[in-house]
Design a binder for this molecule. Structure first.
Ligand SMILES: Cc1cc2nc3c(=O)[nH]c(=O)nc-3n(C[C@H](O)[C@H](O)[C@H](O)COP(=O)(O)OP(=O)(O)OC[C@H]3O[C@@H](n4cnc5c(N)ncnc54)[C@H](O)[C@@H]3O)c2cc1C
Length: 406
């Protein structure tokens, strides 16, 4: 039997997150004057205390021995969709990118010493971290092209290179840095290794916080010059940087999808609310067929998003191969988010284009979802390759459409 309900304890957490967001986090976020970063950070710090001590909502994705709530991917889908409705929601729960992905990575790949030194303070919310892979000079879509190099020198590695769009780099206490260590790997994917870099460090220069189409959000350009990293700070083995990146990115991509579902749901709620109050040509917008199509298309897409994310999460949770399902979900949810927010703006007219509602900011943010963590075309390429291979192997594409019993 297929059961689409959550166990009562997961439902309890989900509803607690919703109440916390509605009663405390959203009002506090909305009360901060636009652009006042210092005030926003102060509010996040205060709300983190509330999340932990009052609401018992802290580090939902990590096991109890690390101070977390031990939720699996399907329960996390519910939690993240609720938290994702407020921009600072995931931060308040200490479940934000890139820390969430870094925590999973350290938990899986770190030695005991590395975990105590880096994972512990991250879980306790005492430090933040970043993940440094993408480079301006080569296509981020193909990590085998990475040029940042690490050379072994005694008990240390010496790293030189250039990174950009490193989220959260300013203020981070450590970075997971991917660099080329192997000259002649068996396969191109085995050229890179991953290092834990203490920050700040000599040789790690934050050149700038890159100004994007939605402002500056601590996505930084980093120049790396003769940076010395102790050999003990390699995470995973030599040549495992690509593997580790893939391990990190699978669930991390899905975690993004979960937060995007929260955003898409907020946009649809706003679309319907506006359509019920705006009056034109003898009736409210909700009664116009043209507007109903926008609402219907959005509802259908959001339903698809939820099913895809829940199914991919289910596969991760049950130890099944999840790469294809996460890829399809990431591609579909990213594009649905864009379309649903765009339709909500359409229904709001000039108000939607203004910054009086969060929709304009949501649309600008939504734009990066279609190429970060795997561009649309890369996911489409992989999905097509798997579909063609399934047909070649089995004479049918059935196994490439979500591995469902249909
Ligand atoms: C807001 C934001 C936050 C980010 N945070 C981080 C971070 O914390 N750490 C980090 O390391 N990186 C981060 N990134 C970088 C992100 O991971 C890269 O943007 C992504 O991997 C794509 O790489 P690229 O930008 O170099 O695009 P490219 O690889 O140059 O691709 C550009 C476009 O070319 C097309 N394309 C590329 N390859 C193919 C192909 N094989 N077939 C067909 N079309 C193709 C696609 O349309 C793609 O969008 C972030 C980016 C953004 C926007």
């Amino acid at each position: 039997m297929i059961d689409f309900t959550f166990p009562p304890e997961v439902d309890d957490v989900r509803l607690r997150v919703r109440r916390f967001m509605d009663e405390e986090v959203r009002p506090a976020h909305d009360a901060v004057p636009h652009g006042d970063r210092r005030a926003l950070v102060a509010e996040i710090v205060r709300l983190r205390g509330r999340a932990r001590d009052h609401w018992n909502l802290w580090l939902p994705h990590m096991p109890a021995e690390w101070g977390g709530m031990g939720l699996g991917p399907t329960a996390m889908a519910a939690v993240s969709a609720e938290a994702g409705k407020v921009p600072i929601g995931p931060y308040v729960l200490n479940a934000q990118a890139p820390d969430e992905g870094n925590q999973h990575t350290l938990l899986h790949w770190g030695t005991e010493e590395q975990k105590e030194r880096y994972l512990r303070p991250s879980c306790e919310g005492r430090v933040r971290s970043c993940f440094a892979m993408t480079e301006p000079e080569v296509a981020g879509s193909d990590p085998t092209l990475i040029r940042t190099r690490a050379e072994r020198d005694g008990d240390e590695w010496v790293v030189n290179g250039h990174k950009w769009f490193i989220s959260g780099a300013r203020g981070a206490s450590f970075a997971l840095l991917v660099a080329r260590t192997e000259d002649d790997p068996d396969v191109p994917q085995a050229a890179n290794s991953c290092f834990i870099v203490d920050l700040p460090s000599d040789g790690w220069e934050v050149v700038r916080d890159i100004e994007t189409m939605s402002g500056s959000h601590n996505h930084c350009e980093i120049r790396i010059t003769d940076l010395r990293v102790p050999a003990a700070n390699m995470l995973g083995g030599r040549g495992q940087g690509h593997l580790l990146g893939q391990y990190r990115l699978g669930p991390a991509r899905l975690a993004h999808c979960m937060r995007w579902i929260g955003q898409a749901e907020s946009a649809l709620d706003m679309m319907v609310a506006r359509s019920l109050e705006r009056y034109s040509h003898g009736s409210v917008l909700a009664e116009k067929q043209g507007i109903q199509w926008l609402i219907a298309d959005s509802a259908v897409e959001l339903y698809q998003c939820k099913l895809m994310v829940l199914h991919a999460a289910y596969r991760i949770e049950h130890g099944l191969d999840f790469v294809a399902e996460v890829s399809m979900a990431k591609h579909f949810v990213a594009n649905s988010l864009w379309r649903i927010v765009d339709r909500a703006i359409q229904v709001h007219g000039a108000l939607g284009y203004s910054t009086d509602t969060p929709l304009a900011s949501m649309l600008r943010q939504a734009r990066w979802s279609r190429f970060a963590d795997g561009a649309d075309e890369i996911h489409q390429m992989r999905i097509a390759q798997r579909t063609i291979a399934a047909f070649r192997d089995h004479g049918t594409t059935r196994t490439a459409t979500g591995s469902l019993p249909l």
